[in-house]
Design a protein around this ligand. Structure first.
Ligand code: CAA
Length: 257
């Protein structure tokens, strides 16, 4: 597959996707969506890949959905085609995805970062949902995922004013897990992805499922779901190996990676 808008590589056990539309600050058009789905499907089919890093350029992770592509669209057409609903598939990636964000992550770009499992930001990162300044509102999950990530006060502030927040504010608010110097960004994201990829795959996938369930259900159901997953991991060789390795003071050699 030749990609027009992405650079897709595998480095060891980590899949790397780099958004690559520099002329448009990585604005997300329908080709990016189509290609990202293909890239993720390839990584999911590849047993050797245990985690994915999604990044952009130094200047922009992504400056939003492509305004030039959307500008002339009519309500009836976008409603009939359920425009941009395909991004839900991107958010449903089963393997862990880390967003490594430098520069602008605005509108759909911020929403794409929030579709990842966690965000590592460069000190230069700027997050925002500026759609209101275009006469629209977020459409790829911003009003829902940002509110869950940072709470009502900050989400309302950002979505109603369209202002940007810097990396320090994003970390304080709980949107990003770590902020690093720009030159450390990819190394930091890779180190985290490699660590995840070195662990037992069933436990990694279940951990992701369990955390995501917290956003979709009641506490009681979530606790039950977590406990059942926890129980089921005792059916794996890797639980025996992981615990034996701890007791024997050695590194575990997991089977399922
Ligand atoms: N769509 C299409 N093209 C975009 C774009 C976008 N979202 N963002 C930037 N570009 C293009 C610019 O049009 C410009 O192209 P030309 O050179 O052909 O004119 C190029 O990228 C560079 O951008 P600027 O010259 O504007 O760069 P800057 O440094 O002066 O400003 C910026 C950077 C503040 C990020 C500014 O580009 C900007 O405000 N971009 C739009 C941000 C935005 O509103 N995003 C939300 C989009 S709507 C959305 O995402 C809806 C949704 O939820 C689904």
């Amino acid at each position: 597959m030749t990609y027009e808008t992405l650079i897709v590589e595998t480095r060891g056990n980590v899949g790397l996707v780099t958004l690559n539309r520099p002329q448009a600050l990585n604005a997300l058009n329908s080709t990016v969506l189509k290609e990202l789905k293909v890239a993720y499907a390839g990584f999911h089919a590849d047993e050797t890949v245990g985690a994915i890093v999604l990044t952009g350029s130094e200047r922009a992770f992504a400056a939003g959905a492509d305004i030039k592509e959307m500008q002339a669209l009519q309500f009836a057409d976008i409603y009939k085609s359920d425009f941009i609903s395909g991004w839900d598939d991107v958010a449903k990636a089963r393997k862990p995805v880390i967003a490594a964000v430098s520069g602008f992550a605005l509108g759909g770009g911020c929403e794409l970062a929030m579709m990842c499992d966690f965000i590592i930001a460069s000190e230069t990162a700027k997050f925002g949902q500026p759609e209101i300044t275009l006469g629209v509102i977020p459409g790829m999950g911003g009003s829902q995922r940002l509110t869950r990530a940072v709470g009502k006060a900050k989400a309302m502030d950002l979505i109603l004013t369209g202002r940007m927040m810097d990396a320090a504010e994003a970390e304080r608010s709980g949107l990003v897990s770590r902020v690093v110097a720009p030159e450390r960004l990819l190394d930091e994201a890779f180190a985290a992805a490699e660590k995840i990829a070195s662990l037992s795959r069933p436990s990694v996938l279940m951990a992701k499922e369990a955390v995501n369930r917290a956003f979709e259900t009641t506490l009681e159901e979530g606790l039950r779901f977590e406990r059942r997953l926890f129980h089921s991991l005792f059916a794996t060789d890797d639980q025996k190996e992981g615990m034996a390795a701890f007791v024997e003071k050695r590194k575990p050699a997991f089977t399922h990676r």
